[in-house]
Design a protein around this ligand. Sequence first.
Ligand code: SAM
Length: 170
Amino acid sequence: MINILRIGHRISRDKRITTHVALVSRAFGADKVFIDTEDKKIEETIRSTYRRFGGNFEIETGVDEKKIIRDWKGNIVHLTMYGEELEKSIKKIDKTKDLLIIVGAEKVPPQIYEAADYNVSIGNQPHSEVAALAIFLDRYTKGMWQRKRFNGKIEILPSNSGKKVVSKEK
Ligand code: SAM
């Protein structure tokens, strides 16, 4: 099981980027996203996505991040530009355990660095939680996310020309 914990979400400022964190989590093989601040709009957007495009993804907002971290039984990865190189960290992580991946928004408190088993950097330049998460999930799953079947009401067929969409919606 792979869960994502998004911390520091500010409803007005981060709505698009946090939505993208959730969409990338779902598309790239994670099972659930937790968002610290309650945001019913993002919940509805993500639920509407999986109602149409399928999968068993879950979203929960307004969570107590300290409790989630405290109660987590598997490994905890925190994505940060200050962390250890991706290639080094990824080799050390026991893939048989559940994984919680934490991504920030604004400044991340020191407790998160301390709580993480692995502070992992995707390069040491500042960029984006969306990019960091996508690259981490791709490497962690060894690209397996590409073979995941979602069995949605809407399915897109890869095509070099035009849109090919199979819709089972009534
Ligand atoms: N200045 C913030 C700090 O001190 O933590 C980082 C803000 S950054 C816009 C938001 C999030 O993107 C970070 O918390 C981290 O999860 C992710 N991120 C940005 N650059 C990263 C990198 N090079 N490697 C890994 N994660 C990164």
